[in-house]
Design a protein around this ligand. Sequence first.
Ligand code: DAT
Ligand code: MG
Length: 149
Amino acid sequence: MATEKTLVLIKPDSVQRGLAGRIISRFEEKGFQLCGVKLIHMDSSRAARLYEPHLGKPFYDPLVKYMTSGPIVALCLSGHNAIEQVRTLMGATNPSQAAPGSIRGDFAQRVDYNCVHGSDSAESAQRELPIFFEPGEIVDYEANYTKWV
Ligand code: DAT
Ligand code: MG
C-alpha cells in the first residue's frame, strides 16, 4: 500500500472544547505527517460541497448547521495506508459503538457531534482535499525537504 494523503476535520465542538491539539497528537503519535493545517469557519456552500453525498438524508440539515456553527481545523495527513488507518484511529461513526482508545470512543458521545471527520476512501480524499487546500498549500516532504529525522 502506497503513501496516501487524507482529509481530517476537527469539528466545531472539539475546537471549542480545546481538543484540537490532543486530536492532532493522536495522528502524529501514530506517525502520520501534517501536510496541511487550517483553522476555518466554513460557510454553508463549503459544507454543502463537503457533504454533497449525504444530501437528502434526514441528518443533512442539522449536520450542515453544526459544521458551520464555529471554526474547524482542517488537516491534510500523509502516511502509509493513511485513509483506512486514520478512520481506524477515529473509531466508529456513532461514538456509542466506537472503541475506547479511538478518538470518537474517547472524546465523543453522540453520532451527530462526533468530533472528527475523515475521508472514507481514495475517491473521497481526492474529492474532499481540494475543498480545503489549494494544491500549492499541501506540503510534499519527500520532494522538497531534507529528512532530519
Ligand atoms: P463518517 O463521518 O463516519 O464518515 P458518514 O459519512 O456516514 O459518517 O456521516 C457523516 C456525518 O453525518 C457523521 O460524521 C455524523 C453525521 N451522521 C451520520 N449518521 C447520522 C445519524 N444517524 N444521525 C445523526 N447524524 C448522523
Ligand atoms: Mg463519511
